[in-house]
Design a protein around this ligand. Structure first.
Ligand code: GRG
Length: 301
């Protein structure tokens, strides 16, 4: 098998293991109250790419960590990411009918249950991180706490929520390139960076390695959103699994609007080179992280 195919097979195995762990971390659809569990599972298993959990596992593996130590964070970030999509699609926010190729949560379950499904995912994420096994003590427990704090900060008002507020407030406005970068780094980059930082910490990476992984994380975090802007302008709804061309219709601040399509593409490629350069000292240990960076920048959905 070629090295690229071997890495692809490894990523596919990780994706399946994440899905099994997510399934095990949630109440069954038949558990009381059934509606909320149906809604939570509907969005969580709607076909997301699982980029964030794979970043946690790949960063942890590059640092030499064991999967069992990393999986709670991998599941928690996917729960938080899914909650943010469910809430972002609500009529009060982006008012979208399609997500991950399916009708959005509020279209299927109504607005109240969609809000609660997002709340339930966010709550379960931190509950899961707090469910440390009895033998988790000393350094292991400290690392778990540190990763939880990183996750909380990334999901909070200086990260995901702050970025979303800035996004809402800048609709229809002309914002500077610097403000747009700040918005993207908060709304999308913070959670992606937390995956890599958290994985590195749980895997026990020493400080110099954490700094390198941080450089990688910042680069791919911003690249992810630039590519998202490019895809919104260039791909159709069928390919994206969500409404296409919405950024332009809503006069959203995007890299394409501010810098133009070609420069935006060039910026994403430069960030990919920056991310790969940061991984250089890890050699083969960072093969999964390198592949994920390429998948993020070269993706079509
Ligand atoms: C509601 C607090 C709150 C935040 C919402 C995530 C977000 C902030 C808004 C979603 C709008 C958007 C399209 C952001 C671009 C980046 C992004 C999160 C894309 C979707 O992530 P993927 O491509 O999706 O990883 P899948 O479905 O594959 O998991």
């Amino acid at each position: 098998m070629s090295p690229v195919l071997a890495v692809e097979a490894q990523l596919e195995t990780l994706r399946q293991r994440v899905d099994l762990a997510l399934d095990a971390a949630l109440p069954a659809e038949s558990a009381w109250p059934q509606t909320i569990h149906r809604a939570v599972r509907y969005s969580l298993f709607a076909g997301g790419k699982r980029v964030r959990p794979m970043l946690v596992l790949a960063a942890g593996e590059a640092a030499g960590g064991a999967e069992a130590e990393l999986m709670p964070l991998a599941c928690a970030v996917e729960m938080i990411h899914t909650y943010s999509l469910v809430h972002d699609d609500l009529p009060a926010m982006d008012d979208d009918d399609l997500r991950r190729g399916k009708p959005t949560s509020h279209k299927v379950f109504g607005e109240a249950i969609a809000i609660l499904a997002g709340d339930a995912l966010l709550t379960r994420a931190f509950h899961l991180m707090a469910e440390a096994p009895d033998d988790c003590s000393g350094d292991r427990l400290r690392r778990r706490l540190e990763a939880t704090a990183i996750l909380g900060q990334a999901a909070g008002t200086s990260g995901l929520i702050g970025g979303q507020v800035m996004d809402l407030e800048s609709e229809g406005q002309d914002i500077s390139a610097e403000s747009l970068e700040c918005l993207h780094r908060a709304k999308t980059g913070a959670l992606l960076a937390a995956c890599v930082r958290g994985g590195a910490i749980l895997g026990g990476a020493p400080l110099p390695e954490r700094d390198l992984l941080d450089r990688y994380a910042r680069a791919i975090g911003l690249a992810f959103q630039i590519v998202d802007d490019v895809l919104d302008a260039t791909e159709g709804a069928e390919q994206l699994g969500k409404t296409a061309g919405k950024d332009a219709a809503q006069k959203k601040a995007t890299y394409v609007r501010i810098h133009g399509l070609e420069r935006a593409r060039g910026m994403a490629e430069a960030l990919l080179r920056e991310a790969l350069a940061a991984l250089q000292p890890f050699g083969e240990r960072a093969a999964l992280l390198a592949r994920l960076a390429r998948l993020i920048v070269e993706r079509h959905a």
